[in-house]
Design a protein around this ligand. Structure first.
Ligand SMILES: [Zn+2]
Length: 85
């Protein structure tokens, strides 16, 4: 018998590769940020997902404590993740 976690994993595999990569990326950024709960930019040690970019992603919790801001150290890649907390 399957549990809901198996089903979630199977659903995840059905997603397009790009979607899975971006989901994994956000998961890792959230995980790294929550671990330290820092409100100034710090390295997550996660590589930027842009092709040919060698940058490292930096993240912070925004001043309201509600969002995670992230940016690449090398390219203009960046954004925020809302609704984490
Ligand atoms: Zn980059």
């Amino acid at each position: 018998m399957k549990n809901s976690r198996d089903e979630a994993a199977e659903d995840f595999k059905k997603l397009p590769k790009a979607t899975r990569e971006i989901s994994s990326f956000f998961y890792l950024v959230i995980d790294a940020t929550i671990e330290n709960l820092h409100t100034t930019y710090k390295s997550t040690e996660i590589r930027c997902f842009r092709k040919k970019c060698e940058g490292i992603i930096w993240s912070e919790i925004d001043e309201n404590g509600t969002d995670i801001n992230w940016k690449c150290s090398a390219c203009r890649n960046g954004g925020n993740i809302t609704g984490v907390f």
